[in-house]
Write a protein that binds this ligand. Structure first.
Ligand SMILES: Nc1ncnc2c1ncn2[C@@H]1O[C@H](COP(=O)(O)OP(=O)(O)OP(=O)(O)O)[C@@H](O)[C@H]1O
Length: 242
C-alpha cells in the first residue's frame, strides 16, 4: 500500500442517491477523499458535480447512501455540523455578505481546526492575498469578482480546515486573477490541506491534482491518478469533450 492510500479518509461517501423533487440527479455516487490528497471532480455542465458536493455536506441530503467524515457516520446531519468537522467550503457564487467588510468577513469565519490548530490567522490570509490587505476595510459587495473569490477562499482558510472544497473558484475571472487563485490553491495543497476542486480548466486541474474523478449524468465513471488520465485523451474526449 502506498502512503497515499494508507492516509486517513476524511470523506467517505457511499451510494449517494440525490433528488431535487422528482428529478433524480445522483445515481449511487461513492467517493473517498484522504488526508492531504488533492482531488478534482470533472464533467460537463449539469452532470451533478455541485450536487455531489452539496450532498456530501448535507445541503442537499441524499435520499439514500451514507456519508462518513473522519470515520463518523454523519448521514442526514445538518450541513453546519458536517462542515464543522474540518471542511472549508468555497461555494459556487462565493456566498458573500455584501455589507460586511473584508476584515469582518474573514474574522467571522475564524475558528480553530478540529485538532485545535490556529495556523490560519487574519495576518496569514492577508499575506497570502496581498490584494485583500489593501481592501481590508472595504465592503465585500464593492470588491471585484476576483477579490470576492479571494475573500471566499480566505474565509474558508480561517476555519483551519483539513479539507477545502472549491466549486468553480475561477469561474468568470480574468486570466491574471485566475492564475493568482491557482497559485493559492497550489500553496494550500503544499500545506497538506486536502482539496476537492471543481473547475472548467481541466488542463490545470490534471496538473494540480493527485487524483481525478469524472462524472457523467450523476454517475462517477472514472477515478484514477491524474497522471493516468492525462495519458488517456480518449477518455477526456469521450466524457468531457476535450
Ligand atoms: N436546485 C435545483 N433544483 C432542481 N434541479 C437542479 C437544482 N440544482 C441543480 N439541478 C439539476 O441537477 C443536475 C445537476 O446539476 P449540478 O449543478 O449538480 O451539475 P454540475 O455538474 O455542478 O454542473 P454545473 O457545472 O453546470 O454547475 C442538472 O440537471 C441541474 O439542472
Amino acid at each position: 500500500m502506498t502512503a497515499m492510500t494508507a492516509a486517513e479518509p476524511l470523506v467517505e461517501a457511499e451510494g449517494l442517491q440525490t433528488y431535487y423533487g422528482r428529478s433524480h440527479v445522483l445515481h449511487g455516487v461513492s467517493l473517498t477523499i484522504r488526508r492531504g490528497e488533492t482531488v478534482c471532480l470533472l464533467g460537463r455542465n449539469g452532470m451533478g458535480k455541485t450536487t455531489t458536493i452539496k450532498s456530501v455536506l448535507g445541503f442537499v441530503p441524499p435520499r439514500d447512501g451514507r456519508v462518513r467524515i473522519k470515520g463518523a457516520d454523519l448521514t442526514g446531519a445538518p450541513a453546519n455540523r458536517i462542515v464543522r468537522q474540518g471542511i472549508g467550503y468555497v461555494p459556487e457564487g462565493r456566498g458573500m455578505f455584501p455589507n460586511l467588510t473584508v476584515r469582518e468577513s474573514l474574522l467571522m469565519a475564524s475558528r480553530a481546526g478540529t485538532d485545535g490548530r490556529r495556523d490560519w490567522t487574519l495576518e496569514r490570509v492577508l499575506h497570502t492575498f496581498p490584494r485583500l490587505a489593501e481592501r481590508i476595510d472595504n465592503l465585500a459587495g464593492t470588491l471585484s469578482g476576483g477579490e470576492q473569490q479571494m475573500v471566499a477562499i480566505g474565509r474558508a482558510l480561517m476555519t483551519n480546515p483539513d479539507l477545502m472544497i472549491l466549486d468553480e473558484a475561477t469561474e468568470g475571472l480574468a486570466p491574471l486573477i485566475r492564475r493568482d487563485i491557482w497559485r493559492v490553491i497550489r500553496a494550500i495543497k503544499e500545506t497538506g490541506i486536502a482539496t476537492l476542486v471543481v473547475d472548467k480548466n481541466v488542463k490545470v486541474l490534471l496538473d494540480l491534482c493527485d487524483r481525478s474523478l469524472i462524472m457523467v449524468k450523476g454517475v462517477l465513471v472514472h477515478d484514477s491518478p491524474s497522471a493516468e488520465l492525462r495519458a488517456r485523451p480518449d477518455i477526456l474526449q469521450q466524457h468531457i469533450g476535450l
